[in-house]
Write a protein that binds this ligand. Structure first.
Ligand code: ADP
Length: 267
């Protein structure tokens, strides 16, 4: 998935990244969905080993615009994995208690423990996205956060956490289609938030914020992937493949037992 990984220090212009790209898996939708089922099985096995070994930690960060597909990615990529050992942490508007602390306080509490995978549905990056676009703190405050975040993630990596970050890249037309679908389908109405429209109106400001985030915080220890996400099946394949690759690199070993299973007879 190297083609989608942001090399540290690259200045990102999102216009240069095609949200419809499908060069890594030139498949039909049907074939793509079939391939995901195989990847689901591979991920299930690797996650069980990670849990059994109880040594490594995996942190997955998902960011994207409204209707970018964060929820769908979690549902489809992790289908079949054992819920024991995998947690989702969703970061919403901070509570009063959270706001009374530094912005990484609530985040640090949710990072994975040994043997676990944690998926961040939104993350500390909101503190350089929505916070920046809405001027919730002055520029002098948010502009220092890229450096804090890189240092924070370096600390997590040095202490045994593998970090993968995915920006789900959709275009304006795709967002319109997905928001409209939430209005058209009564079963999806609950997902529609009128505030999404005022966020959509700030499309360009968010683009600038995402571009800075991707340019300044993709590091060797916590890389960003820009995932072409107009096609949901393709997005799922890219995210699943990157996660599987990272887990395979860990060379996870099942715990050794100190008995000979063949010598044990259970009456
Ligand atoms: P989601 O869109 O993630 O499914 P919600 O509709 O509840 O869930 O939206 C969560 C909202 O919380 C988003 O608008 C997001 O920008 C906002 N949010 C998250 N973190 C922060 C933060 N640190 N400061 C302000 N708003 C935040």
């Amino acid at each position: 998935m190297d083609i989608y990984r942001v090399k540290p220090g690259t200045r990102i212009k999102l216009d240069d990244w095609d949200p419809n790209d499908k060069q890594a898996f030139p498949l039909s939708k049907k074939e793509g969905k079939k391939k995901l089922l195989q990847l689901n099985e591979t991920l299930e096995v690797l996650q069980e080993k990670l849990y059994a070994e109880g040594k490594h930690k995996l942190l997955i960060v998902l960011q994207g615009r409204d209707a970018g597909g964060k929820d769908g990615t979690i549902r489809h990529v992790f289908e079949g994995v054992n819920p024991q050992g995998v947690q989702v942490a969703s970061f919403k508007v901070p509570s009063k208690l959270e706001l009374a602390h530094d912005y990484l306080w609530r985040v640090h509490q949710r990072v994975p423990a040994s043997g676990n995978i944690v998926i961040f549905n939104r993350s500390h990056y909101e503190d350089v996205l929505v916070v920046r676009v809405h001027n919730l703190v002055p520029e002098a405050v948010w502009s220092k956060r890229y450096e804090h975040i890189n240092a924070f993630e370096k600390m997590l990596a040095d202490e045994g956490t593998t970090i993968l970050k995915f920006y789900l890249h959709i275009d304006r037309d795709e967002q319109k289609k997905r928001l409209q679908a939430r209005l058209d389908d009564p079963a999806k109405n609950w997902k529609f938030n009128p505030a999404d429209l005022s966020e959509r109106a700030r499309w360009d400001e968010y683009t600038a914020a995402y571009e800075d985030m991707l340019s300044k915080t993709s590091t060797d220890w916590a890389p960003w992937y820009i995932v072409p996400a107009n096609r949901k099946w393709y997005r799922n394949l890219v995210v699943a493949t990157a996660i599987i690759g990272a887990l395979e690199n860990l060379n996870i070993q099942l715990p050794k037992v100190d008995f000979d299973p063949n010598s044990i007879v259970i009456e």
